[in-house]
Every structure is written in C-alpha cells, then in structure tokens.
Ligand binder design. Structure first.
Ligand code: PEP
Ligand code: MN
Length: 333
C-alpha cells in the first residue's frame, strides 16, 4: 500500500482479496502496510488490485516462501516481545539458563543478567533432550518460576514449547514462544504457533537450508502470526572442535531475502563457554539483531548445557564489549 494509505483503503483491498476466495495478510510496517495474498492456485489478476485506492504496486513473489520475503514487505519487521523491540536499532541481549532448574537458580541468574544489561530472559521449562534419561524440565512449575522472575526483574520471558499442546500453556505464561531446532519442521507445532497471540522465536534446524528455514517461518505467518524472530544456532558439519558450526553467513543472507529479525545463539552454536563471547561479537558485527546466550551462576552443576553456559561475570564482560561494538554498526544496547 502507499505510505499514508488509510485503514479503509487497506480494508478495501483485504475485502477484494477475500471476495476472490483468497487469504489477505495485512502486515503492518513502520513505513507502510503490505498485504500478502495466499491461497491462489495460479497467477492473481494483478490489474484488479493495481487499480484499487491506496495500492502502490502489485508484486508477484518469485520465491517459494511469500509472506516472509522482502518482496512482500521491504522494510524490516520489528517484533515486540513484552515491550522490547526486536529488529530495530537496539542490539537485543537475550540471556538466561538453558533450563529452569529451581526458583533460586532462575531468580539468581535473572537478577544478574538484568543488572548486566540483558533485555530479555530465556530459560526452558520443557526441554527437548537427546536422551530420554536427561533432565526434561520442570514443566508448568518452570513457567511459574519464569513468570516470577519477570515480575521481579521486569525482563520479558522467552521459553520453548515442544509440542502443539504445550503452546497453550507456554502462551499463557511467556512473552515469546521458542520453537527449537529439533522442531523446526514440526509442521503441526508451527501451525499452532501461527495461531498464537504471542511472538515466536524460530530456531534453525541443525541441517536446515536457508530456504527450509524461511519456509518454516512461512508456516507461522501463513496462519496469521506475523511476529516471528529467526534464530541461527549452528548447523551440523564435519567440523568437530565445536558442537555445531555457527553459520554467521546466514545472517546477511536472511537480511537480503526476508524482513524478519534474526538473533544468533552462540551457545548452542559452539557448545563451548570460551567461544561464546568471540562469536557474540562476530554476530553483532555481521548484522544480527541480537544474541541469545546461556548464562548459569554455577555452570559445572547445571542440569543441561553447562559446558556452553557462561558465568554472570563473563556475561558482564561480553555486554561491555558489545556496548562498544554496537555504535560502530549504528546500533545501541
Ligand atoms: C535451547 O535454546 O535451549 C535449545 C534447546 O536450543 P536448540 O533448539 O537450538 O538446540
Ligand atoms: Mn540449551
């Protein structure tokens, strides 16, 4: 739509799309509203829409993914997570434990990361573990603890839902719903998250191509939830000195193809505590909208992902460095 198109003009186009049995997705942006059209079998009659009041241009999207593409929406999407904008000028710092282990553990870490400058708190109550014998998370009790940590620190909370049913519960407590790497192509989960009223943080599958990653995000937008944040967390390669290979080159690639914001998770991306700060700095430099890092006050006793969890002191040092790097890139913390 043209800049300054009225809400009535937007509604007029939506009505014209729906009258043809198609689905209209009015995606608001800082400059203008973009209206994505899905559900068409063949080409859409472009002249019909071009002549409607308020329409700037009609574009045929060449990619397999549509609503996530920059062709549909040229300006960057800023996703609001409990009042924290992700995808704008701020380099967003998401920090917290891999898993919520106890009230004391989570509150201790939440206070420390908040004091250091974190914007958002992370922590899993439902953990997707490789072994069925490993700690699976505290479930709803963990969500209650996260809500308490938010109430005390003011940090909005990101936490994972591992199945479609779990979204009901996570949606009630969290400010954003995380979908993990192992679930990036769990299509029923993606569709359910697309119906949620909360933003979604979608992590890249460990062997997903860029197109597969964007098509998974498309599932969520296609259901009407346009508040999606992507997250690069490393992919499997032959390289064995790190848990995964953090694919930082995907960040500018995503930026070129999609309007969605992207975070980088150097904790899962490397699996090693000593690599988290260097790759966080690199993530900022390559244009990520923020970093998501695992922090634990006693990492050697953590119930999950201890080897890659940094201490609160290390997090403080990292924030100091990122505060210096951000302005060079036209960002702030
Ligand atoms: C996590 O964030 O703790 C997690 C399980 O991440 P991933 O899905 O990327 O492995
Ligand atoms: Mn983890």
């Amino acid at each position: 739509m043209r800049q300054g198109a009225t809400p009535q003009q937007v509604e007029g186009v939506v009505a014209a799309v729906e009258a043809r049995g198609l689905r209209a997705h009015a995606i608001p942006g800082a400059q203008r509203t973009a209206i994505g059209i899905t559900g068409n079998k063949g080409a859409v009659e472009m002249p019909v829409f071009e002549s409607l009041p308020g329409v700037l241009e009609v574009i045929r999207v060449s990619h397999a993914y549509k609503l996530v593409s920059r062709e549909v929406k040229p300006d960057d999407t800023v996703v609001d997570v409990g009042g924290v904008p992700v995808g704008g000028r701020t380099l967003v710092l998401v920090a917290g434990p891999c898993a919520v282990e106890s009230r004391e553990q989570t509150l201790t870490i939440a206070r420390r990361v908040k004091a250091a400058g974190a914007h958002l708190l992370r922590g899993g109550a439902f953990k997707p573990r490789t072994s069925p014998y490993a700690f699976q998370g505290l479930g709803e009790k963990g969500l209650e603890i996260l809500a308490e940590a938010r109430a005390e620190t003011g940090l909005p909370v990101i936490t994972e839902a591992v199945d479609a049913d779990g979204v009901d519960l996570v949606e009630r407590y969290a400010d954003a719903i995380q979908i993990g790497a192992r679930n990036m192509q769990n299509f029923s989960l993606l569709k359910r998250a697309g119906q949620a009223k909360k933003p979604v943080v979608l992590k890249r599958g460990m062997s997903a191509t860029l197109e597969e990653f964007l098509l998974s995000a498309e599932y969520i937008l296609a259901e009407g939830n346009y508040a999606v944040i992507l997250c690069e967390r490393g992919v499997r390669t032959f390289s064995d000195f790190s848990r995964n290979t953090l694919d930082l080159s995907v960040v500018p690639a995503v930026k070129a193809l999609s309007h969605l914001p992207i975070l980088v998770d150097p904790s899962h991306g490397t699996g090693r505590r000593d690599k988290v700060a260097p790759l966080s700095r690199a993530a900022a430099a390559v244009g990520a909208d923020g970093v998501m890092v695992e922090v634990h006050h006693d990492p050697d006793r953590a119930l999950s992902d201890g080897p890659q969890s940094i201490t609160p002191e290390m997090f403080e040092g990292l924030v100091r460095e990122l505060r210096q790097i951000a302005p060079v890139l036209g960002r702030r913390i």
